[in-house]
Structure formats: C-alpha cells, structure tokens
Design a protein around this ligand. Sequence first.
Ligand code: URA
Ligand code: SF4
Length: 229
Amino acid sequence: SPDAEPFLPRTPEERSDLDALRRAAAGCRGCGLYENATQTVFGDGAPGGRVMFVGEQPGDQEDRRGLPFVGPAGRVLDRALEEAGIERGDVYVTNAVKHFKFRRQGGGKRRIHEPPSADEMRACRPWLLAELRLLDPDVVVALGATAGRALLGSSFRVTRQRGRVLPFPGLDVLGTPAAGRQVADASPEPDGTRLVATIHPSAVLRADDRDAVYAGLVDDLKLVASALG
Ligand code: URA
Ligand code: SF4
C-alpha cells in the first residue's frame, strides 16, 4: 500500500536534519500524487519555531513555487497571525500531504484542488511525523478538517474541536482513533505539547460572511498565542 516510509532518510542523524529530510522528500514516490504535481512542497519556517501549523496540501501556487501557504490562503493566514500577535520567527508551516492533488478543467488550463484520500494521507504521514519529531513544537495547530483528521483520526470535527487548547496525542497514535480518545479523555490543562484546531484559512475566502469567519480564525490563533505564553 502507498507509504512514504521507504523514502525517508535511513539514519537518525539525517532524520534530525531538516535539510536532509527536505532533500529526501523531494524524491518521494510514496503515493501516486507525485506523478502529476510539479514538486514536493515540504514544510518551511523557523526551525526553532514553537508553533507548527499543519494545513491540508499545497495549492496551485504552492505547487509552482515549492513553498507552503504562499497563495491566497497563505495571505489570509499571514494577516491572521499578525493580528493574533504570533511572531513569524515562532512559526513553522507544513501540510498533511506534501503534493498538490488536482483535476484539470477548462481544456486543462485550470487546476482544481481535490481533497487527498485517506490512503494518501496515511502514505504521507511519515513526513509529518518526522517534522513533528524534529521540530518538537510547543503547540501544533490543525488548520481545517484534513489536518485535524491527519492528527486526531477520522472522528475529528472542526466545529466541535476548534477553539480549545487540547493535549497533543503521542506521535505513536497520531491519526488513529486512539489519538481522538486521548484528546477527549484528557484533563483541560495537561502538561506537554498542546494542540489547537481551527478552520482552514481558505474557508474565509469561500465564506459569505468573510469578516465573521476571519474573526473566528483570529480568535483561535489568539488562543495559540496565549498557550505559547
Ligand atoms: N492550503 C493548504 O492547506 N496548504 C497550503 O500550503 C496552501 C493552501
Ligand atoms: Fe510522497 Fe506524500 Fe508526495 Fe505521496 S503526497 S508522493 S507520500 S510526499
């Protein structure tokens, strides 16, 4: 079955080296998504950053430029971060899936985003786990339903789990039902890494009531800022 694991660097030294991971990810063929995309879009940002933002997958512009959140959704995120008082130097941004999935429309000219399948999310998880292990953030932020499912399993619902500081499940159970149970059963202020779930910034762009949806995103990010202390 599809799996990125064989493409990860073999030695612990390389696995704890962000550039080595990024180089290895550039050659990943762990699932079929590399075939039609331009390039792997690995995480980017401050290596010492205390917050890791996890999106869904690169979009059209991210696929062309090779960097996460540099398109329209990225601009919403940048503005919301600034408004919430989260410093750029504290932030590392990545995605649950590292290749752009799309279908073509309008005679092949327009590339329309398609959500990754559960198999593709599972295949790509080793990269996300490697980033989490290496960066060891204080707060992980799930941006939207795909990121939430990648981290907390398929029972994750944004509307139910957003806007609270949750415990971050162990890396060994990430993406499984056990991860969701750990979060549900935990006391409100556990020690260790925290998780905050919020909407995907592209939901702001799609909403009729943009201002209200954007304000909700900023509120959730203020919670992230307060969890950082
Ligand atoms: N949406 C995402 O989830 N990630 C990106 O990098 C860009 C848009
Ligand atoms: Fe590898 Fe992930 Fe790209 Fe699939 S989406 S080829 S698992 S990097």
